[in-house]
Design a protein around this ligand. Structure first.
Ligand SMILES: [Zn+2]
Ligand SMILES: [Zn+2]
Ligand SMILES: [Zn+2]
Length: 147
């Protein structure tokens, strides 16, 4: 995974220097979405600018994507290439990719009605994941049983 990240930087003309290698390794070892600060804390020897710049380049390369949590925190996660959205669980933070996009037509209509030239959109979907729903249902059942 780290190699894939470095390859995508090299494809944009950025050699894999040892700080970039360290950033790529730190990202590749993340299980879930993470903040830029989390990466920076893990790599005290790598400059802040290098961390932020690498993240930006990886987003541009499409191998990393931005995830906006409901509370406004910006996270990053390893990405599917191409346009997609996320289903974000507000309970446990799980994120599931939503491939395919059904809102393009709607946005084109809305934009043209406002004489607005559409250049893109960003959509995050918040709610509860399968696991959290079933945990919640079980808790409710237990509570009912205890009454
Ligand atoms: Zn994504
Ligand atoms: Zn959940
Ligand atoms: Zn979309």
């Amino acid at each position: 995974m780290a190699e894939e990240l470095l390859d995508s930087l090299e494809a944009q003309g950025y050699r894999s220097t040892s700080p970039r290698r360290a950033v790529a390794n730190a990202i590749a070892s993340q299980q879930r979405h993470f903040t830029a600060e989390e990466i920076r804390e893990r790599l005290p020897k790598v400059g802040r600018a290098t961390v932020y710049r690498s993240l930006k380049l990886l987003v541009e390369a499409g191998v990393l994507c931005r995830v906006l949590l409901e509370d406004g925190d910006l996270h990053y996660q390893l990405s599917h290439r191409g346009h997609h959205h996320h289903l974000l669980c507000v309970e446990c933070g799980a994120s599931e990719d939503l491939l395919g996009c059904d809102i393009e037509d709607l946005l084109r209509q809305v934009s043209s009605a406002h004489e607005f030239q559409l250049s893109g959109h960003w959509l995050e979907v918040y709610g509860r994941c399968r696991d959290c729903i079933s945990t919640q249902t079980q808790t409710e059942k237990t509570q009912m049983a205890n009454v």
